[in-house]
Design a protein around this ligand. Structure first.
Ligand code: ZN
Length: 150
């Protein structure tokens, strides 16, 4: 009886291996493999998977990914807009100084027109220069918030 024990243990191990083996191998393969996004390219800005390696613009964050996005005549408009959005998202340093200068210049022109008696031209200049004020106030408000992802 004692001589049969190794053979019985080997048989038991083979049966357990045959029953749990494929599932165990699948779990081990899944554990040691890449995550679900596998070998697809990731956006360098938001780290989300891209629909294809030939993508020029990330569909999630709308930021340019390839050099083609900066040189193509149509995509260059999008890349330039993304640059300004990123620059005005959180104003610091030279960007903040630039927007303060644009807003101050607009305000100076509005005041000079108002003092000369050109009320309608002053109001028109205020409306034309309002994007500088909007971006400046949004940028200054964003300085108080904590830094987010992208
Ligand atoms: Zn992205």
């Amino acid at each position: 009886m004692r001589a049969m024990l190794p053979i019985a243990l080997l048989g038991l191990a083979l049966m357990l291996g045959a029953y749990f083996g494929p599932r165990l191998l699948a779990r081990l393969r899944l554990f040691f493999s890449y995550p679900a996004y596998g070998t697809s390219a990731l956006c360098p800005h938001c780290a989300r998977p891209l629909p294809g390696p030939e993508s020029h613009v990330c569909p999630a964050c709308f930021l340019p990914i390839s050099g083609f996005a900066a040189t193509d005549p149509i995509l260059r408009v999008l890349a330039t807009g993304a640059l300004y959005r990123q620059a005005s998202h959180r104003l610091v340093g030279a960007g903040l100084a630039g927007f303060i200068a644009f807003a101050a210049a607009t305000l100076a022109i509005v005041l000079s027109l108002w003092l000369e008696g050109e009320r309608i031209a002053s109001f028109q200049m205020l409306v034309l220069g309002s994007p500088w004020f909007i971006v400046l106030f949004k940028g200054l408000a964003a300085r108080r918030r904590p830094v987010s992802g992208a």
